[in-house]
Ligand binder design. Structure first.
Ligand code: SF4
Length: 209
């Protein structure tokens, strides 16, 4: 039997905070039924984080890659979203290979704060001011999703937009607790800068997890 620390470092077992079938609420694939795999562990430390419970990886059980995949197979959608926490803290090649072998389309949501690993059909890169992204994320990002919490986030968004590939979708999303104040600013910004689009947390409006 393998040591669990070795399995985590190899990516053959991962701490899973929760895994559930729902509707993707935000970003380019908003409205799509998807199976979410939320990995435990994050060292980014966003002040407005709505999943602070995810930060300590040791709180969550280790699941083998095989058990993660067999749970995902129980649901009708063949789209999985790997999120966190910060999923790129782990080697995601074993999990993504196994999901691909079983016919899944694989998306990731990441702050990009760690070196990129894994094979994905869609990479949602959501940079955070609290920990600088690793340079490997820029060529991988299919979607740049910047959370608008403060006025300075528009300049922050442009800084990252200048580094992603031309085909990358650029999305601004009002932070939920600041939505009264930031939604109007996001609307104005996108109208003046039409290379950006708005992303809303529709799952929160619909009250689904
Ligand atoms: S990167 Fe995500 S999980 Fe980590 S602190 Fe920020 S919002 Fe929370």
């Amino acid at each position: 039997m393998k040591n669990s620390k070795i399995e985590v470092s190899e990516g053959t077992a991962l701490p899973v905070m929760e895994a559930f079938y729902t509707i993707q609420g935000e970003g380019t694939f908003s409205g799509s039924p998807s199976y979410f795999i939320r990995l435990g562990g994050c060292d980014v430390g966003c002040v407005w984080c709505d999943v602070k419970d995810s930060w300590d990886a040791a709180k969550w059980p280790l699941w083998s890659v095989d058990s993660i995949v067999s749970e995902a197979m129980k649901f009708p959608s063949r789209t999985v979203v790997i999120t966190g926490g910060e999923p790129l803290m782990y080697n995601l090649y074993p999990l993504t290979y196994a999901l691909k072998e079983n016919g899944f389309r694989i998306h990731i949501e990441t702050s990009g704060a760690h070196p990129f690993s894994g094979i994905f059909d869609w990479v949602c890169f959501s940079p955070k001011k609290f920990k600088k992204p690793h340079p490997s994320i820029y060529e991988k990002a299919d979607e740049l999703k910047v959370i608008a919490y403060h006025n300075s986030d528009f300049a922050f968004a442009e800084e990252h937009a200048s580094k992603v590939k031309p085909s990358c979708q650029k999305l601004l999303q009002p932070e939920w607790s600041k939505k009264e104040n930031m939604t109007e600013k996001v609307i104005d910004y996108v109208k003046s800068n039409p290379n950006w689009k708005i992303s809303l947390q529709t799952h929160k409006f619909m009250d689904i997890p």
